[in-house]
Design a protein around this ligand. Structure first.
Ligand SMILES: *Cc1c(COP(=O)(O)O)cnc(C)c1O
Length: 377
């Protein structure tokens, strides 16, 4: 069976685990965390990077930093993972869903303004598949209406918008290092931002509402409870696993890109014949090969294709069921305007196996199975 995903193994994990064990300190903000966050700050040219236990946790920090009041509204696509919404619902916010652009599956920036009310406080663009949203447009709208922008760049690590790293363009950016993402620590994430004024509050929220980070820097002589907060620090063991991948950062991206390009070229005849649609990458986006998906005619074809691929021994999966169709999604939010594409496009999308250690022969076999699918003849 060809798996849909496997966590990356680069070969140096044991060495770094051993180093973490010997350091005698496995709790948060040890040596690996310090090195990894500095590395990421430098790589993505962002002032502050704080590692967290997940992207969900990073989004929660982001929603806290937006200082939302119950009843405030937050704009985002419905075609996304639950965490995007959950993090804001926890602060009492109401979610306002905006339809996607079928070409990229990202929120359609042209529909944002009509979703804005006098309760709107933030926009949360999700860079689906590591393909950038139209950030110039989104930032201009945010500026005009005085809104915060929290980028859900869970899938956008090492992807760029006009040369700028995704996550570093809005007020706050959130990354995921979950094992299904390009770079992984099992469970993990990070929040990044540039404004110095946000630093102290971010540190307090992340450290259980205390000013312990300041204490560790020697800026105060004892630490105390100063505000609300939670615990968002990952263990050093998790970060040691991520550190191994940071050492071969480009190599991981190149490998994923090679798989993505192979699928894209090999399956082109199916697109030319009108059986599938392939991913679209706008000029402004430099993607990171997070995902390779195809879109077929409709839900029936997709269901049959997933079944056929499974019979052939290849695990392909569909993706999000739109949030506004779920019970909680309806309770906590509303759809702005009409759902023209969100549901329809989500039902047509199928993802192919894509991970760092995917073997060439498995990739070739996957494409071959698709080319031979009876429904495509
Ligand atoms: C994976 C993902 C998340 C959640 O990431 P975790 O690290 O698992 O919390 C949030 N948003 C999007 C778009 C994702 O793909």
């Amino acid at each position: 069976m060809i798996d849909f995903n496997r966590p990356p193994i680069v070969g140096t994990e044991q060495k770094y685990f051993q180093e973490a064990l010997e350091s005698g300190k496995l709790c948060g903000d040890g040596n690996f965390t310090k090195r990894a966050s500095a590395w990421l700050e430098n790589k993505f040219q962002v002032r502050y990077c704080y590692l967290t236990t997940s992207c969900t946790a990073a989004l929660e920090m982001g929603s806290w930093l937006c200082s939302l009041e119950p009843g405030d509204e937050v704009i985002m696509p419905s075609y996304t993972f639950v965490s995007t919404a959950d993090a804001f619902v926890l602060r009492g916010a109401k979610i306002v869903y905006v339809d996607i652009d079928p070409k990229t599956m990202n929120m359609n920036a042209d529909l944002i303004e009509e979703a804005i009310t006098d309760r709107t406080r933030a926009i949360v663009p999700v860079h689906y598949a590591g393909v950038a949203c139209d950030m110039d447009k989104i930032m201009a709208i945010a500026k005009k209406h005085n809104l915060k922008v929290v980028e859900d760049a869970a899938q956008g690590v090492n992807a760029y918008y006009r040369g700028k790293a995704l996550g570093t363009i809005g007020d706050y950016g959130c990354y995921s290092f979950h094992e299904t993402k390009n770079y992984s620590m099992g469970e993990g994430g990070a929040i990044v931002f540039n404004r110095e004024e946000d630093r102290e509050r971010a540190e307090i929220v992340r450290e259980k509402g205390t000013n312990r980070s300041k204490f560790f820097r020697g800026q105060i002589d004892k630490y105390t409870w100063v505000d609300y907060g939670s615990s968002y620090l990952p263990s050093e063991l998790n970060v040691a696993y991520l550190w191994a991948q940071l050492q071969v950062f480009d190599q991981i991206q190149e490998k994923r890109m090679a798989i993505w390009n192979y699928y894209n070229e090999t399956l082109k005849p199916l697109a030319d014949a009108g059986y599938i649609e392939q991913p679209y990458i706008p000029d402004y986006a430099q993607h990171n090969a997070h995902m390779y998906y195809i879109k077929v005619k409709d839900l029936n074809v997709r269901t049959d294709l997933i079944r056929y691929m499974k019979e052939k021994g290849v695990l392909c999966v569909f993706h999000y069921i739109p949030l506004h169709l779920s019970e909680a999604g309806r309770r906590f939010g509303r759809f702005s305007g009409e759902d023209v594409y969100t549901t329809r496009e989500s039902e047509r999308l199928m993802r192919l196996p894509m991970f760092y250690n995917l073997e060439e022969k498995d990739m070739e076999y996957t494409a071959e199975c698709l080319l031979n699918y009876p429904g495509f003849h």
